[in-house]
Design a protein around this ligand. Sequence first.
Ligand SMILES: C[S@@+](CC[C@H](N)C(=O)[O-])C[C@H]1O[C@@H](n2cnc3c(N)ncnc32)[C@H](O)[C@@H]1O
Length: 218
Amino acid sequence: MKTARTPRAPAGKYAKSRQAPVTLRWYHPPMNRYHRYYCGSAKWAKRLDESVVPWVLRDYDLGPDVLEIGPGPGLVTDILRQRLPALTAIEIDGRLAASLAARMQGTNVTVVHGDGAAMPFEDGRFSSALSMAMLHHVPSAELQDRLLAETFRVLKPGASFVGMDSTVSLRFRLYHLFDTMVLADPNTFAARLERAGFADVAVREGKGAFRWKATKPA
Ligand SMILES: C[S@@+](CC[C@H](N)C(=O)[O-])C[C@H]1O[C@@H](n2cnc3c(N)ncnc32)[C@H](O)[C@@H]1O
């Protein structure tokens, strides 16, 4: 008989990189095994903590009520919740959302099972929003644009949306064999953010990824 395993993050600072992923055996829409492993691994946790999160978040003040879109197993959530008063994470995968909600019980994180392209939040609620390495999992440019517009809607005037996603490479394509992978073009992404209503848009390319910051006009 199979028994349910308690979801967990990598133990220790990042634990060993071969540590079992948090809950990714439940992950869907389909991700291949390597990708499932990597997104919950101590290796990704270390990269997020040491390079990706500082590169994206700089020293921005995210304010008191922050939205994370697409937390997956919650490795970014783990970093952010130590720095923020309150964090709401919206995850489309029901099982990942449930396991993250269980893991975050009693913390300053509220996990919502829902779609970033149709969010169950009131207009103008959040002091900032972020999405890390998730946009390419939204399966069409149209849905991605809807997610940008929804993010705009739920932000307070003057609040910012920050994030990052990957750029194309052979390695990234291999990681995503049999996965959803609709990569945004960094060269046109600023215009897409502006079409959603954002101003003061900055998009910067780095090694294998791009980051952005965009603000809802006050
Ligand atoms: C590659 S994981 C990234 C997880 C985490 N942000 C990180 O950087 O480690 C992408 C996550 O976005 C979620 N996702 C995809 N489309 C979504 C949507 N429309 N709304 C909310 N979450 C979504 C997926 O289910 C998955 O958990």
